[in-house]
Design a binder for this molecule. Structure first.
Ligand SMILES: Nc1ncnc2c1ncn2[C@@H]1O[C@H](COP(=O)(O)OP(=O)(O)OP(=O)(O)O)[C@@H](O)[C@H]1O
Ligand SMILES: [Mg+2]
Length: 259
C-alpha cells in the first residue's frame, strides 16, 4: 500500500511516497513553496521517480503553511505533528526537535513514544529563520549551500546582535565595509540563528537526544553553532528537509488503515 505526504512550506514543497508505512520509495524537494507551481511539480516528480500514479495513493495528507490550498489531500495535519512524527521515525531517541524552515523556527519536546508534550514557535519575525540566512547570503554574495564551508574556516565569531533582520543586514554590511572577513561574519550570522533556536528549545524543557529537521538543518554551520550553545551533540535527520512530508505520509498510512 502506498501513501503520500506533501509539505507545502513558505520556501519549498516536499513530497514523500511511502510503502506500507515504512519504506520511502520517493522523496522530492522543489525550492518553491506555497502559491507557486512547487507543490504540483514536487508531486509529479515524486510520482515519476516511483513509477506510480496518483490513483495508487491510498491516502494523502498535506501539511505546512500551504496545506489548505492543496485540494487533493484527504486530510490536513499541522506541521508540529508532522515534523515530530517524521523525525521520531528516523531518530527514535529524539526527545527535543528543532525545525528551522524558511519562515519559522520551532522547538518540540516529545515523550518516549513520540507524542508531542510541548512546543514553541517563532513565526512572528524572520530573525532565526531560513529567510534570515537567505538575506545574509545575498548580502554576502554567496550561495546558501556555501555558508557552512565559510563558517568552518572562521577563526573568530563576529557579533551580529540585531534582533531585527533589516538591522542585522545593515550590521553585516557595516562589518563588510570595515573589512571583516565573510567567514567571521557568517559564523556570527549562524550564532545569531542558533541562539534563537536554543531559546525555543530551552523553553520546551530541553532533553536528550536533540534532533534537527527542516531545510536549515542542511547548514552544518548552524548545526555546529546550536551544538556549541546547547553543549551536546545534535542528530541531523537524514535528508532533513523532507521530515515534515515523511510525517504526513505516516499520518496518511494511519488514515489508510482506518478505512
Ligand atoms: N542546501 C542547503 N544548504 C543550506 N541551507 C539550505 C539549503 N537548502 C535550503 N536551505 C535553507 O532552508 C530554508 C528552507 O527550509 P524549508 O524547506 O524547511 O522551509 P519551508 O518548510 O518551506 O518553510 P516554513 O516551514 O517556514 O514554511 C531556506 O530558507 C534556506 O535557508
Ligand atoms: Mg517547513
Amino acid at each position: 500500500m502506498y501513501t503520500m505526504g506533501i509539505d507545502i512550506g513558505s520556501a519549498s514543497s516536499k513530497v514523500v511516497i511511502l510503502k506500507d508505512g515504512a519504506d520511502i520509495v520517493a522523496a522530492e524537494v522543489i525550492q518553491f513553496g506555497t502559491g507557486s507551481t512547487g507543490p504540483q511539480r514536487a508531486l509529479e516528480e515524486a510520482l515519476k521517480k516511483s513509477k506510480l500514479s496518483l490513483t495508487d495513493m491510498t491516502k494523502i495528507v498535506a501539511t505546512g503553511y500551504g496545506r489548505f490550498a492543496f485540494e487533493r489531500a484527504d486530510k490536513q495535519v499541522s506541521e508540529i505533528s508532522c515534523h515530530a512524527r517524521g523525525i521520531f521515525h528516523l531518530v527514535p531517541t529524539a526527545r527535543t526537535i528543532i525545525d528551522i524552515g524558511g519562515q519559522d523556527a520551532k522547538a518540540i519536546r516529545l515523550d518516549e513514544r513520540g507524542n508531542v508534550i510541548q512546543f514553541f514557535m517563532n513565526d512572528k519575525c524572520a530573525a532565526g529563520t531560513g529567510r534570515f540566512l537567505d538575506v545574509m547570503a545575498r548580502v554576502l554574495e554567496i550561495k546558501i549551500d556555501e555558508m557552512a564551508e565559510y563558517d568552518s574556516r572562521a577563526t573568530e565569531v563576529v557579533s551580529v546582535s540585531s534582533t531585527c533582520t533589516v538591522f542585522a543586514e545593515s550590521e553585516v554590511i557595516s562589518h563588510l565595509s570595515q573589512g571583516v572577513s565573510k567567514e567571521k561574519i557568517i559564523a556570527g550570522v549562524h550564532a545569531s540563528v542558533a541562539s534563537k533556536a536554543c531559546g525555543l528549545a530551552y523553553r520546551t524543557g530541553l532533553e536528550n537526544d536533540v534532533a534537527m529537521g527542516g531545510g536549515v538543518a542542511q547548514n552544518a554551520g548552524v548545526v555546529r553553532a546550536i551544538s556549541r550553545e546547547l553543549k551536546r551533540p545534535i542528530h541531523v535527520a537524514p535528508n532533513p528537509q523532507i521530515t515534515g512530508a515523511l510525517g504526513a505520509a505516516l499520518f496518511a498510512y494511519d488514515e489508510a488503515l482506518k478505512s
